[in-house]
Design a protein around this ligand. Structure first.
Ligand SMILES: NC(=O)c1ccc[n+]([C@@H]2O[C@H](COP(=O)([O-])OP(=O)(O)OC[C@H]3O[C@@H](n4cnc5c(N)ncnc54)[C@H](OP(=O)(O)O)[C@@H]3O)[C@@H](O)[C@H]2O)c1
Length: 280
């Protein structure tokens, strides 16, 4: 059986389904991406997101502000977008420059337009296992596992990294699927003691090749979320070639989780559109 999870292929299939569905809508769903500053990685991610939106028929507006923009200005802008009937989704591209407080700004996004699933209302819904918007990367990971028919119930899932964007939402997603969860972070002592126990190991840290073959058990499924750019080449948090013969499934970097993140954004925008138009 093929061991390498093909995120590109699965994401292509889902995008085709989305495109077909959007083609049947009476109007185009729309997304606003708010960018502050000129972070190089953000520029790349936003371009990828814009391209994907256009590909499936989603209208995308890119608002780019100088890094000296005031927090109050961004909050007012968000409030206007919340009330704009033409807008279905609002995405604040992270990270923000250090002078701005992302949590404070995100709080003002209408939860029904919060395509990144980062407002407290959506985080709460995820914890309650009720129908809210789920952050794109964790949602993409669950879709990948589904596509490869991975049974989650009863598995021991070890997550390395506890960010609001990835690690924390994954706790609820796996728990809602009846897994047993261990979550590790920078203060965890003897990391390999935990990673070795994993049936499914998710690594979202941002440290090239943090995980090697001595830290995993035979037959583990590895989801490598890390993106580490070194000399213009991308690496994951897992030493891919070093672990390959020991795993039963693994996501490559690039071409694993990354493409799914963008595709789940499209899915979230379409869900926002459907909910708004259904309730009108
Ligand atoms: N593939 C995709 O689509 C996608 C999307 C988003 C992000 N990413 C990538 O995923 C990675 C993580 O992103 P993020 O936004 O979650 O990063 P983040 O906010 O910096 O969080 C990193 C997490 O890793 C933990 N950590 C740091 N060093 C560690 C160590 N030595 N051992 C164990 N845990 C350690 C941190 O612990 P503390 O909490 O204790 O500090 C933190 O919880 C990055 O490489 C990012 O580029 C990929």
């Amino acid at each position: 059986m093929e061991k390498i999870i093909n995120g590109k292929e699965i994401s292509k299939k889902i995008k085709e389904e989305i495109k077909k569905e959007v083609g049947g809508f009476p109007s185009k769903p729309s997304l606003v991406v708010i960018q502050v500053g000129n972070d190089e990685a953000s520029n790349i991610y936003i371009n990828t997101k814009k391209k994907a939106c256009i590909e499936v028929g989603i209208k995308v507006y890119h608002l780019k502000y100088n890094e000296n923009v005031a927090e109050e200005f961004l909050i007012e802008k968000i409030k206007k977008l919340n009330n704009d009937q033409k807008i279905d989704g609002i995405l604040l591209q992270l990270p923000l420059p250090q002078n701005l407080n992302a949590t404070k700004i995100i709080k003002h996004i209408d939860p029904s337009k919060d395509v990144d699933g980062l407002t407290s209302a959506n985080i709460g819904k995820l914890m309650n296992n009720s129908n809210g918007l789920i952050p794109c990367t964790p949602l993409g990971i669950m879709e990948l596992l589904k596509a490869y028919d991975v049974k989650i119930e009863g598995k021991h899932v070890v997550i390395v990294g506890r960010s609001t964007l990835i690690g924390k939402p994954l706790i609820s997603l796996f728990l809602n699927n009846n897994a047993t969860i261990t979550i590790c972070h920078s203060k965890t002592k003897n990391l390999s003691e935990y990673t070795k126990q994993a049936d499914i190991l998710v690594v979202a840290v941002g440290k090239k090749h943090l995980i090697n073959r001595n830290m995993i058990k035979e037959g583990v499924i590895i989801i490598d979320v890390g993106i580490n750019r070194v000399a213009n080449k991308l690496y994951g948090d897992v030493d891919f070639s070093n672990v390959l013969d020991k795993v039963s499934l693994i996501t490559p970097v690039p071409g694993g989780v990354g493409p799914m993140t963008v595709t789940m954004l499209l899915k979230n925008v379409v869900n926002c559109y459907k909910k708004r138009h259904h309730s009108e």
